[in-house]
Design a protein around this ligand. Structure first.
Ligand code: ACM
Length: 552
C-alpha cells in the first residue's frame, strides 16, 4: 500500500518531462558527468543489442537487470540489431576491469565496458538516474500499476571507474546472528553503491555461525549461548537461550546471491583469538586447559580463552576448517582474523613454551605467526583453483612476519594509517578500515534516538565522509593500498533493524571514498545527493538514521 501511494506520487511528477536542469543524484559520484538537454523516454517495448562475451555474461547481467526493471516499470525488452536498438551494450576491451561509460541521448542509451562488472555498474547508475528509486530497490508492481511511459532518463554522458579495487563492508554475526535474508538486503545496498567485498565475520568468542561438517559441535555447541544480551558493565547476561548458524547450503545460497551482484564474499574465521565458542565446542584439543569447564562467552570484551596453537590437533582443525571454507566460498580471499589475541594461556603452557624455543623466539606473538605459517603452507599445497590469499588484522604485524612472506593482506583498523604504511613498507597489501571513523556500528550522534552502541556520537556521517584514505602515502607504496572497508561490530546490536539504522547512510559515505577520486569529493555536495536515498531505503525495507535528513 505504502509503495503504491509513493509511486502514484512519482508518476504525477514524471508525466511532465523532466527539465534538463533536474539534479542528478548519483552515489558514488562518478569520475565525469556531463548533463545535456532533454530526456530519453522508455516505451512499452525497447529493443536492445548486447555484444557477445564468453559465457554470455554481459547478456546475463542485462537479463537480470531487465527482469527487475520490467517488474517495476512494465517496460519489455527484446533483442534487436545493433543498428536498430535503442539500448546498446558494447564490449570495449580497452577499458579498465570495473570501468564503464554510459551515454544517454533522447534516442539511445549506449553502455561500454570491458567486463561484465562494468556493465553491471553502468546499470546501477542507470537505475539511480530514473525519476524514482523504485527500480533501484527492486520493487515489483502488479501489471495494472506499471506505467512504461512514465520512466525517463536525463540526457547525460558518464565516464566512470573506481578509485580502489576493494570497497568493502564487514558484518560481525558472531556476537549476534541475523540470518541470510538480512545479509541479502545488505548485499543489495552494497551493490547499488558499487561496493564489491562482503566480509562475513562468522566466528567469535560469543558464537560460531558456520556449519563445518567435520566438526559438528562447532554449531551444536558453539552457535548457542545462555544470553541474548552480552554482558558489559552494569548490563548482565539475561539467561535467554540464544543463537543460530548458517548451514553450508545457506552460505552457498548467499554466495550465489552475492556473485550475481559482483560482490565477493570474504569469510572470516577469527583464530586463534576470539575463539572461545570453538574452544567450548572442542576443549579436548583446542584449549590450553582441557580439564576445566568452557562455555560460549556471555560477555563483551576480549576473552583470554584462545586456541592452543601448539597442539597439532588444533593446527589440523584449522586446516580442516580452511578446506571447508575453500569449498564453500569460491573467491580469492580468506580472512583468518588475528586481532586481540591474548598470549596469557600460551605463557603457562608447556607445549607452547617448547615450540617458542624451537622457533628461536622469545615473543609469544610468534606462536600465532607460526600457526598461520603452517596454514599458509597447507593452502600452498592445494591445486591452483583452490589457492586462497590470506588477510589478517593489523596486530599480526607485532610478530615476526618474515615467516609469512609478503603475499598476505593486512586489514588496518587500530592506528590504521600507520599500520597500513607499515604493512605496505613490508611489501604486503593493505586495506584501510580505521576504527575511527569507519566502525559504523559506533554512535553517530548524541541524540536520544541514537541506539545503544560503542563510542560517544562523534562518528557522524560527516566524519565518516571526511576521512581521507591513503593520505600522505609515498608514491612507491600506493600500489599496496587495495582500498577501504567499513566494519560493523555487533556486541550491542541484537536486531537487524538497528544494524541498518546505524549503517545507513554511513555506508554510502564509505562507498564514495572507495569509488570517487579524492579531488571530486565534497561533503556538502554528498549531503545534497544523499537526499534521494531515504526513498530507496524505505522501498528496499531497510532502516536508516533519520536525523541525517532532518527528521527523527
Ligand atoms: C577489531 O576491531 N578487533 C578488528
Amino acid at each position: 500500500m505504502k509503495i503504491r501511494l509513493f509511486l502514484t506520487a512519482v508518476f504525477c511528477l514524471c508525466t511532465k518531462i523532466l527539465p534538463a536542469s533536474e539534479p542528478i543524484s548519483l552515489i558514488p559520484l562518478p569520475t565525469s558527468v556531463q548533463q545535456g538537454e532533454g530526456t530519453f523516454r522508455f516505451s512499452k517495448k525497447v529493443k536492445v543489442a548486447v555484444d557477445a562475451y564468453p559465457g554470455d555474461s554481459i547478456l546475463q547481467v542485462f537479463s537480470r537487470f531487465a527482469d527487475g526493471f520490467t517488474a517495476t516499470t512494465g517496460v519489455k525488452f527484446s533483442n534487436g540489431k545493433a543498428t536498430k536498438a535503442q539500448i546498446r551494450l558494447k564490449h570495449n576491451a580497452s577499458m579498465a576491469p570495473e570501468a564503464y561509460s554510459l551515454k544517454v541521448t533522447t534516442e539511445h542509451v549506449v553502455i561500454e565496458a570491458a567486463r561484465p562488472a562494468g556493465f553491471f555498474y553502468a546499470l546501477q547508475t542507470l537505475k539511480q538516474l530514473l525519476p524514482s528509486r523504485a527500480a533501484m530497490a527492486g520493487v515489483r508492481l502488479s501489471a495494472a500499476d506499471r506505467r512504461p511511459e512514465a520512466w525517463t532518463l536525463p540526457v547525460v554522458t558518464i565516464d566512470d571507474a573506481p578509485r580502489f579495487a576493494w570497497r568493502g563492508f564487514m558484518l560481525d554475526e558472531g556476537r549476534h546472528f541475523y540470518g541470510k535474508e538480512e545479509v541479502k538486503k545488505i548485499i543489495d545496498v552494497m551493490a547499488a553503491y558499487k561496493m564489491n567485498r562482503f566480509h562475513w565475520h562468522l566466528t567469535e568468542d560469543q558464537g560460531w555461525r558456520l556449519e563445518i561438517k567435520k566438526y559438528p559441535k562447532l554449531t551444536e555447541v558453539g552457535a548457542w549461548r545462555d544470553s541474548k544480551v552480552l554482558g558489559w558493565g552494569d548490563t548482565k547476561p539475561d539467561g535467554e537461550r540464544y543463537g543460530g548458524f548458517y548451514t553450508q547450503a545457506d552460505a552457498r545460497e548467499v554466495v550465489e546471491y552475492a556473485r550475481e551482484r559482483f560482490v565477493e564474499i570474504v569469510p572470516e574465521v577469527d583464530i586463534p583469538g576470539h575463539s572461545q565458542a570453538a574452544v567450548a565446542s572442542y576443549p579436548e584439543f583446542l584449549s590450553c586447559d582441557p580439564e576445566i569447564q568452557h562455555e560460549v562467552w556471555l560477555w563483551q570484551g576480549v576473552s583470554t580463552d584462545v586456541i592452543n596453537v601448539s597442539n597439532p590437533r588444533a593446527v589440523q582443525f584449522a586446516k580442516d576448517v580452511i578446506d571447508e571454507l575453500t569449498d564453500i566460498f569460491p573467491f580469492p580471499y580468506i580472512h583468518l582474523g588475528g586481532d586481540e589475541c591474548p598470549t596469557d594461556k600460551w605463557k603457562g603452557n608447556a607445549a607452547c613454551n617448547e615450540e617458542l624455543k624451537q622457533i628461536g623466539s622469545t615473543n609469544f606473538r610468534d606462536l600465532q605467526i607460526n600457526f598461520y605459517h603452517q596454514l599458509r603452507q597447507h593452502i600452498a599445497r592445494k591445486p591452483a583453483e583452490q589457492q586462497r590469499s590470506l588477510i589478517f588484522w593489523n596486530e599480526v604485524l607485532h610478530g615476526n612476519t618474515e615467516a609469512l612472506g609478503q603475499d598476505i593482506t593486512i586489514m588496518a583498523w587500530v592506528g590504521a594509517d600507520a599500520a597500513a604504511k607499515d604493512a605496505a613498507a613490508r611489501g604486503m597489501k593493505t586495506i584501510l578500515s580505521p576504527q575511527i571513523p569507519y566502525y559504523i556500528n559506533r554512535r553517530q550522534s548524541t541524540l536520544p534516538t541514537e541506539p545503544r552502541s560503542q563510542g560517544h556520537g562523534t562518528e557522524t556521517v560527516e566524519a565518516v565522509y571526511n576521512y581521507v584514505p591513503m593520505k600522505d602515502v609515498d608514491a612507491n607504496l600506493r600500489e599496496k593500498y587495495m582500498g577501504v572497508q567499513a566494519n560493523f561490530w555487533t556486541e550491542w546490536v541484537e536486531d537487524a533493524k538497528t544494524v541498518q539504522y546505524l549503517m545507513f547512510p554511513r555506508l554510502a559515505a564509505v562507498a564514495e571514498a572507495g569509488w570517487t577520486p579524492q579531488e571530486l569529493r565534497s561533503y556538502p555536495d554528498f549531503l545534497k545527493r544523499l537526499q534521494a536515498e531515504p526513498a530507496y531505503y524505505d522501498l528496499r525495507g531497510v532502516d536508516f538514521a533519520k536525523h541525517v535528513f532532518g527528521t527523527r
